[in-house]
Design a protein around this ligand. Structure first.
Ligand code: ADP
Ligand code: 5GP
Length: 204
């Protein structure tokens, strides 16, 4: 049965563990694809071009916007981020499930274009723990930590836009929940009715 892949959008406040959870998911479920975003932000120590992001200049980013190369894009903490369209559409067409790890502005743009997308919101066990994680990552000064926490409160207000939530307390539990969501979505009748009926009728 030829199935189109499903599009999963993983969102959540900065520091909640989106990157960590998605990386672990790819380890336990390597058949799932992860979209690599393009960004104008500076490359951080340890980040690899084409693995973490495609690091491009502002004018290249603008050119990609003009040529319709992004599925969505947004400004996040003073930098531009976008999902390259071609790779995502190709993977879906080949039947692969694909994950976009993007901010809520981007997620809402995807919702307009792909109402069948599955929107997942990652939550921290508490705001105190979120603060600890942002601090432990060691990337932000006190001012930026407050900005990220304020943003987190606003983002959580929009949780009704999402289909699922996962509390990222214990990492392996969070990853297991994500795996369960992906597997359950793969067994949906809706969207596969014609293919399912055809598959069994062809046998007769
Ligand atoms: P995000 O991508 O959402 O900004 P990261 O994946 O960079 O967040 O994680 C932020 C920090 O929290 C990192 O130091 C990471 O190691 C830590 N972290 C992620 N998930 C957990 C977890 N389940 N328990 C404890 N620490 C975690
Ligand atoms: P960071 O710079 O810490 O890697 O990411 C900052 C924020 O940008 C995170 O919230 C991340 O989810 C978001 N982000 C990463 N890639 C994209 C993208 O392609 N589109 C959008 N809209 N947000 C993105």
């Amino acid at each position: 049965m030829k199935k189109t892949g499903a599009l999963f959008i993983v969102c959540g406040p900065s520091g909640v563990g989106k990157g960590t959870v998605c990386k672990e998911l790819l380890r336990v479920k390597p058949e799932v694809k992860l979209s690599i975003s393009a960004t104008t932000r500076e490359r951080r120590k340890g980040e690899i071009e084409g693995v973490n992001y495609y690091f491009i200049g502002k004018s290249n980013f603008q050119d990609m916007i003009k040529s319709g190369g992004f599925l969505e894009y947004a400004e996040v903490y003073n930098n531009l981020y976008g999902t390259p369209k071609k790779y995502v559409l190709e993977q879906l067409d080949m039947g692969y499930d694909i994950i976009l790890e993007i901010d809520p502005q981007g997620a809402m743009q995807i919702k307009e274009k792909f109402p069948k997308g599955i929107f997942i919101f990652l939550l921290p066990p508490s705001m105190k723990e979120l603060r600890n994680r942002i601090i432990s990552r060691g990337r932000d000064d006190e001012d930026n930590i407050e900005k990220r926490l304020n943003c987190a409160y606003k983002e959580i207000d929009f949780i009704k836009e999402y289909d699922y939530y996962i509390i990222n307390d214990d990492l392996s539990n969070a990853v297991n929940s994500l795996v369960s969501i992906i597997e359950a979505e793969g067994c949906r009748v809706k969207g596969n009715v014609d293919e399912l009926i055809k598959m069994y009728k062809e046998e007769v």
